[in-house]
Design a protein around this ligand. Structure first.
Ligand SMILES: *[C@@H]1O[C@H](CO)[C@@H](O)[C@H](O)[C@H]1NC(C)=O
Ligand SMILES: *[C@@H]1O[C@H](CO)[C@@H](O)[C@H](O)[C@H]1NC(C)=O
Ligand SMILES: *[C@@H]1O[C@H](CO)[C@@H](O)[C@H](O)[C@H]1NC(C)=O
Ligand SMILES: *[C@@H]1O[C@H](CO)[C@@H](O)[C@H](O)[C@H]1NC(C)=O
Ligand SMILES: *[C@@H]1O[C@H](CO)[C@@H](O)[C@H](O)[C@H]1NC(C)=O
Ligand SMILES: [Cu+2]
Length: 176
């Protein structure tokens, strides 16, 4: 078991290293990006070498924070993987008046509800006020898929606003 994981890891590193070599040999940035389909292997490789560090605090959306119209599914795919005990931070402004369009954080029960933005069996993690200040923090404690969404406007923020994403936290030691 231990040996198999080690071998798999070495294989992955070799594949990554060869990708990295191709990327670096290619001086022309435009053609590099075409080859990579916009995926930066240098970035990815650097990030994965840090897998042995302690738990991280990750702001959802990065500098975009948690707002309507940003593709969080895409953000999660590009910024993952995330690890057990990492903390996701949701930052959003609390409502100030009647014309505010505040946000919230819900956990959806499964992939189907994620796809359809079906909030009927969702669990509210944070209300419209909890994203202020340092933000609402959610620690990835369980080894299971997590489906996050904004629960406002009966699924409109989730669906049309793209305020949803999924995360499968990994065990950090598998990447050490
Ligand atoms: C990939 O990311 C690295 C580090 O952030 C950067 O130096 C490099 O220019 C990027 N490569 C491309 C093709 O965008
Ligand atoms: C990796 O960790 C080092 C030190 O812990 C840090 O300076 C660096 O920014 C990290 N790189 C990435 C890509 O997270
Ligand atoms: C959001 O990003 C995902 C993953 O990259 C992509 O499949 C999807 O089409 C994007 N959605 C929109 C509306 O652009
Ligand atoms: C996460 O943190 C808890 C409490 O700090 C600890 O007991 C647990 O072993 C940690 N889990 C992992 C996978 O690091
Ligand atoms: C907000 O709406 C409520 C009723 O919907 C109204 O009573 C209140 O005056 C409004 N407040 C402001 C600041 O517009
Ligand atoms: Cu919202």
């Amino acid at each position: 078991m231990e040996m198999d994981l080690k071998q798999a890891q070495v294989l992955i590193l070799l594949v990554l290293a060869s990708m990295l070599a191709v990327g670096m040999a290619n001086k022309n940035i435009a053609s590099t990006q075409r080859w990579n389909h916009g995926f930066n292997h240098t970035d990815w490789f650097a990030k994965h070498q840090n897998g042995t560090g302690g738990p991280k605090r990750i702001v959802v959306g990065g500098s975009e924070n948690w707002h309507f119209g940003f593709n969080y599914t895409d953000w999660a795919l590009k910024n993952g993987p995330f690890y057990l005990n990492d903390t996701l931070v949701f930052k959003y402004d609390p409502p100030v008046d009647n014309s505010s369009h505040p946000h919230s954080v819900y956990l959806l029960p499964n992939f189907w509800s994620y796809l359809n933005c079906d909030l009927t069996r969702a669990k509210r993690l944070a209300d419209v006020t909890q994203g202020g200040g340092e933000g609402f923090e959610f620690r990835l404690k369980r080894w299971q898929p997590h489906y996050f969404a904004c629960g406002e406007s009966n699924g409109f923020h989730c669906d049309k606003g793209l305020m949803k994403f999924f995360v499968m936290p990994l065990f950090r030691r598998w990447h050490g």
